[in-house]
Write a protein that binds this ligand. Structure first.
Ligand code: SAM
Ligand code: TMP
Ligand code: ZN
Length: 410
C-alpha cells in the first residue's frame, strides 16, 4: 500500500506513486567546506484522488528556498528572453485600449518580463520574495515589492494600486503549496474582467517524456487542466483558456477569470479530453512512470561508469535545479562527472547540492573540451548546441537522458 497524505488543494487523500528518497534543496549550491550543513528532505510525489492534483508529499519551508541568495536568473537564456518579451507585448497590446491598466507579476525574478511592460509605460508591480533577484529587477526600472505573495499582500496591493487587469506568474505558481491563500488573494485583486495567467511545467509532458527531473523541492505541484480547473473552482475562479507552450520541456499557459466573467475557450474542453485519453488522472498510469524513471537512472549510471572505466572525460552542461534530482537519485558524483559548467555567477565556485560536483564558468568548457557532455539544461538544448558548435567539431558527444539515455554527435 502506498503512503497517503492530505491534499494541499482540497484536503482529499493523496496517494504516493514515486519516491526519489532523500534529496537536498535543488538551488542550494554548496560552498566548498560547508557540505556538512546541507538540508535534506524526502522527495516523493502523489495524486489526489479527489481534485486530481499531482503534488509533493513533503513541503520545504519557503524561506529555505527563496531568500537573498536565490541564485536562479530568469534572463540566463537568450531564447527565453525572447519568450518573455512576447509575453509582455501581449499584455501591453491587450491592455492598450484600457484606461490606465495595471499588470502584476508574481515571482518576477530579475525583471526580464516586466522590464518590457515598464518600458511601454504600463503600470505594473512585481512581487518577489528573493531579495537578490528583486534588486536586479529594480535596477531595470521595474517596480518591485519584496514579499511572498499571499492573501494579505494581495489586499494591500489592491489598497495601494487598485484592481489588477492582469496577474501573471511563470514557473512560480507551481512552487507555492499554500494555494488557497494565493487564489483568494488573486480573486480579490482582479478587476471584474481581469485575468490570472500562469505558465508552468505540464503534467502531460512530464509523463509523456518521463522528464522526472522536473520533480524537485521547488516544484510542489504538477498542473494539468483537470487539477487547475478544480483548484480554481474552489476559490470563485474559472479556467477559461489553456495554451501548450514548448518552453522548459513543455508547459501550459492557463488563464483563469472570475467565475462567470468570461466564456471558456474550446481549448479547455479539448485538453480535458486529451488528459482523460492519456490517463493523466489515473493512479495506474502514474505508477508506470516510476518504472521508466528507474530504467533511465540505471542506464545513465551504467553509461557514465563505462566511460569512466575507459578513461573518458565527462563534463555536465548547466547546473540546473533539475539536475539535483537525477544526481542524487542515481548517486552520480565527481567520480563520474568531473565538473558542471554554468553561466550563472552565483553558482560558479560552488558544488552541486548533495552530489558535490564543482561548478565552473561556461568558458572552461573548451579548456580543453571533454569527450562527453551531459546536458542537464536539456530544455535549452537548441540554444546550447548552437553556441557550442566547437564542441561537436572537436569530436565531442552530447549525453541526454530524457525521454531515454542517448549519446549523439550532432
Ligand atoms: N518567473 C521567472 C521565470 O519564469 O523565469 C522566475 C521563476 S523562479 C523558478 C520562481 C520565482 O518565484 C523565484 O524568483 C521565487 O523567489 C518566486 N516566489 C516563490 N514564492 C513566491 C510567492 N509566494 N510570491 C511571489 N513569488 C514567489
Ligand atoms: P533552467 O533549466 O532552470 O532554466 O536552468 C538553466 C541553467 O543552465 C542555468 O543555471 C543557466 C545555465 N545555462 C548555461 O550555463 N548556458 C546556457 O547557454 C543556458 C541557456 C543556460
Ligand atoms: Zn485534492
Amino acid at each position: 500500500m502506498a503512503d497517503t497524505t492530505s491534499c494541499r488543494i482540497c484536503e482529499g487523500t493523496v496517494e504516493e506513486f514515486f519516491d526519489f528518497g532523500r534529496q537536498p534543496l535543488s538551488n542550494a549550491f554548496v560552498k566548498p567546506g560547508e557540505e556538512k550543513d546541507e538540508f535534506f528532505f524526502r522527495l516523493a510525489v502523489g495524486l489526489c484522488s479527489d481534485c486530481r492534483m499531482v503534488q509533493l508529499v513533503e513541503e520545504v519551508p519557503r524561506e529555505r528556498m527563496f531568500n537573498e541568495d536565490y541564485p536562479y536568473l530568469s534572463s540566463g537564456s537568450v531564447l527565453m528572453k525572447a519568450h518573455w518579451e512576447a509575453v509582455a507585448q501581449r499584455f501591453v497590446d491587450r491592455e492598450d485600449n484600457r484606461d490606465d491598466p495595471f499588470v502584476v507579476e508574481l515571482g518576477c525574478n530579475d525583471g526580464v518580463m516586466l522590464e518590457t511592460v515598464a518600458k511601454a509605460g504600463v503600470r505594473h508591480l512585481g512581487v518577489e520574495p528573493s531579495g537578490g533577484v528583486a534588486d536586479l529587477a529594480a535596477g531595470k526600472g521595474v517596480l518591485v515589492r519584496k514579499d511572498f505573495f499571499e492573501e494579505d499582500v494581495a489586499a494591500s496591493v489592491r489598497a495601494e494600486h487598485g484592481p489588477a487587469d492582469v496577474v501573471f506568474a511563470a514557473n512560480t505558481l507551481c512552487h507555492i503549496p499554500y494555494m488557497g491563500s494565493i487564489l483568494r488573494g488573486v480573486r480579490d485583486l482582479l478587476a471584474p474582467k481581469g485575468v490570472f495567467v500562469f505558465e508552468d511545467p505540464y503534467l502531460g509532458d512530464i509523463m509523456a517524456k518521463t522528464s522526472f527531473d522536473q520533480i524537485y523541492d521547488e516544484h510542489f505541484y504538477f498542473f494539468g487542466a483537470h487539477s487547475v480547473r478544480a483548484m480554481a473552482a474552489l476559490h470563485g475562479l474559472e479556467l477559461v483558456d489553456v495554451e501548450r507552450l514548448p518552453v522548459h520541456g513543455g508547459e501550459v499557459r492557463y488563464t483563469l477569470a472570475l467565475a462567470g466573467a468570461l466564456t471558456p475557450s474550446a481549448a479547455v474542453a479539448a485538453l480535458l479530453a486529451e488528459e482523460v485519453e492519456a490517463g493523466l488522472t489515473d493512479l495506474e498510469t502514474l505508477r508506470g512512470f516510476g518504472a521508466r524513471v528507474q530504467r533511465i537512472s540505471d542506464d545513465l549510471t551504467a553509461l557514465l561508469t563505462d566511460l569512466r572505466d575507459q578513461g573518458r572525460r565527462v563534463v555536465a552542461y548547466g547546473a540546473t535545479a533539475k539536475s539535483a534530482t537525477i544526481l542524487n537519485y542515481s548517486g552520480i558524483g565527481p567520480d563520474l562527472v568531473e565538473a558542471v559548467v554554468d553561466t550563472t555567477p552565483a553558482k560558479q565556485g560552488r558544488l552541486t547540492p548533495g552530489s558535490h560536483i564543482p561548478i565552473v564558468p561556461a568558458e572552461r568548457f573548451q579548456d580543453p573540451y571533454p569527450d562527453y557532455a551531459l546536458l542537464f539544461a536539456w530544455n535549452h538544448a537548441e540554444e546550447i548546441r548552437g553556441k557550442e558548435e566547437g564542441f561537436r567539431a572537436s569530436g565531442g558527444r552530447w549525453i541526454t537522458y530524457v525521454p531515454e539515455v542517448r549519446v549523439t554527435s550532432d
